[in-house]
Ligand binder design. Structure first.
Ligand code: SAM
Length: 216
């Protein structure tokens, strides 16, 4: 079976299981070649619904989690989006696929991963819509703030205050919040000075390491 067929099948399974319902997100997951974002020796596992190691002790998230998280962002296509935890670049590519005029800024704290993510995004043609920054994303990225959407792909002990501050009025933040092993996916909508929060359910991301995350 070709990679495209495997990807199509995987996404159909995610739809059947009820993980994703938004047609645009379904199309994006069917379009972005996840196998181009995983190390060579993991390619054959690209279309299993599992996180996979990408080096430096980090992972590319499971496809169902990427779908759920991206649906929660409720994108229209023209947003400025900040991702904390660039990893392989895959999640940023899925968001970029949903943006017409918008842009993604993706922060990754590990140099080597950011370089690889940039390479992956170049190879797959998403680099025009994604800027990679190396640094501590728990502090956000003041240079381009405020953002329409912010999402974290690493688990935080609490919603980092700078990120809430860098979110536009009317904006949405999606973040795994909990301990170093297990979190609740929190969806926050900013209304004036208030952040209206909903909890989606349990998830397990690698920890957010930084000033407003866990200490190394
Ligand atoms: N979104 C990624 C993808 O599509 O491959 C998955 C990312 S992985 C689950 C989480 C990433 O967050 C890791 O690459 C890790 O190095 C990064 N990370 C952890 N703490 C960070 C911080 N304070 N700032 C930026 N990146 C951070």
């Amino acid at each position: 079976m070709s990679m495209e067929e495997r990807r199509e099948k995987l996404v159909e399974r995610l739809v059947e299981k009820g993980h994703i319902t938004d047609e645009k997100v379904i199309r994006a997951l069917k379009t972005v070649p996840r196998h181009e974002f995983v190390p060579k020796d993991r390619k054959r596992s690209s279309y299993n619904d599992r996180p996979l190691p990408i080096g430096e002790g980090q992972t590319i998230s499971a496809p169902h989690m990427v779908g759920i998280l991206v649906e929660k962002l409720d994108l229209n296509g023209d947003e400025l989006v900040l991702e904390i935890g660039g990893g392989s670049g895959y999640n940023a590519a899925v968001v970029a696929e949903l943006l017409e005029d918008g842009r993604v800024i993706s922060i990754e704290r590990i140099d080597e991963l950011a370089d690889k993510a940039r390479e992956n995004l170049e190879k797959t043609g998403y680099i025009d819509k994604v800027s990679l920054v190396v640094g501590d994303g728990s502090k956000g990225y003041g240079e381009e703030a405020p953002y329409d959407r912010i999402f974290l792909t690493a688990g935080a002990p609490a919603l980092p205050k700078p990120l809430v501050e860098q979110l536009k009025d009317g904006g949405i933040i999606v973040a795994p919040v909990g301990d170093m092993r297990s979190q609740i996916l929190v969806v926050g909508k900013k209304r004036g000075n208030e952040l209206i929060q909903e909890e989606w359910g349990r998830c397990a991301f690698v920890p957010l390491i930084g000033k407003h995350g866990f200490k190394q």
